[in-house]
Design a protein around this ligand. Structure first.
Ligand code: UDP
Length: 371
């Protein structure tokens, strides 16, 4: 079977640091290839993932351009999509398209009349009812959690092939490093991820907290400073930049609560694996929760608010804690040492390994190609 996996033009696969969809693709593709699937990856030229073929328009990821005016963003998305469409028109050896690019992908691919398409929904489907309500019906779709699909418009939920949970290669690696004292929040710095709540809780409890993640594509304090110091910078008023400035930076005392910018590769693994617990004080219905799965895989108990996909991933009292309020979150944080890291690792190996995810996708590929 030959599958064209469309990962989009925003970041390389695997991503150098932060990256949601690109991480999912980097986790799935090797496990598919181990099972004999040939993969043509549509991404950017700097992608280093081992595949059978790479197609691209752009040499490097255009992530920071997502902040540009709408028509420019769409221009990038369309240029990438046009390359995918040209490829599909020019050849007849692709059995299925596994699409991860929401903006123009599904509509264009559905109209193309080429190979069957499976589109994986990555976002919170409640947010743009008009967009998701009009989702093309000619293609198969799947979600990344039951809770995500439960919030989808009726027609989309009814047409979907169900949910495939996200996975992490860390589930197979058994990475063991010395446990530190710090708690960690791993993710984009933005109001949805709720870093300010984690900071408030840890400051109150006197526990060290490390916040890791980019602010609107800025990977370090120095990069962010360029934006903050220049009132004419296009990102100056970006909600994530304002969030960092107005709600997070007040807790950054350099000792107890620290922001280390975006971390990638071995540095990310070391920082994450040595944490006492991973906090998820989410302020939205997190659709997939890669970072939660990664915490389990590393034997770092996740502690979060009971929202979105978290109750599907965390078994309260066994593999992590779920709280219904900030006060309760603080109480559970104090009890993290009661959780067994081995139980977290076992759960990740059993439910969130790349093999488990690939097997599930192979079932859906079969369904999409035979329907
Ligand atoms: N991540 C990273 N470095 C960072 C912050 C995040 O590598 O500094 C990774 C994180 O480990 C996870 C992904 O980025 O693999 C974020 O995925 P998640 O689903 O948690 O968040 P979202 O896709 O909503 O941004």
């Amino acid at each position: 079977m030959k599958v064209l996996v469309n990962a989009g033009p925003w970041l390389a696969v695997p991503p150098p640091g932060y990256g949601g969809i690109e991480n999912v693709v980097a986790t799935l593709v090797p496990a598919l290839r181990e099972r004999g699937v040939q993969v043509v990856l549509a991404s950017v030229g700097s992608s280093t993932l081992e595949v059978d073929e790479l197609i691209s328009v752009f040499d490097d990821g255009r992530f920071t351009e997502l902040q540009k005016p709408y028509n420019q963003v769409m221009g990038i998305a369309h240029a990438h999509q046009a390359r995918v469409v040209a490829e599909l028109r020019a050849r007849d050896d692709i059995d299925l398209v596994h699409d991860h690019v929401e903006v123009v992908g599904p509509a264009v691919l559905s109209a193309l009349g080429g190979p069957p398409v499976l589109h994986t929904l990555h976002w919170d489907l409640h947010k743009h009812p008009a967009f998701y309500g009009a989702f093309p019906t000619g293609i198969a779709v799947n979600g990344v959690s039951e809770s995500q699909l439960a919030r989808a418009p009726d027609a989309l939920r009814a047409a979907s092939f169900g949910a495939v949970h996200l996975a992490s290669p860390l589930a197979d690696r058994d990475l063991r490093v010395e446990r530190g004292e710090h708690l960690v929040v791993m993710g984009r710095i933005c109001a949805l991820k709720g870093q300010h709540v984690a900071a408030r809780v840890c400051q109150k409890l006197g526990l060290p907290l490390v916040l890791a993640g980019p602010v609107s594509g800025r990977n370090s304090a120095a990069e962010l400073d360029v934006v903050v110091q220049n009132p004419y910078h296009p990102l100056h008023s970006h909600p994530d930049v304002r969030y960092h400035l107005d709600q997070v930076s007040r807790y950054l005392d350099g000792e107890l609560v620290r922001w280390v910018g975006a971390v990638g590769g071995a540095d990310r693994d070391q920082l994450y694996a040595s944490a006492r617990a991973a906090l998820f004080p989410i302020q939205w219905d997190e659709p997939g929760g890669t970072a939660v799965v990664e915490a389990l895989a590393l034997g770092v108990p996740p502690v979060g608010l009971r929202r979105g996909c978290l109750p599907e991933i965390i078994d309260h009292g066994r593999t992590g804690f779920l709280a219904d309020s900030e006060e309760e979150l603080a109480e559970w944080v104090l009890r993290v040492d009661e959780l067994d890291p081995e139980e977290c690792r076992r759960e990740a190996r059993r439910r969130f390994s790349p093999s488990v995810m690939a097997e599930r996708y192979l079932e859906l590929y079969e369904r999409a190609t035979t329907r």
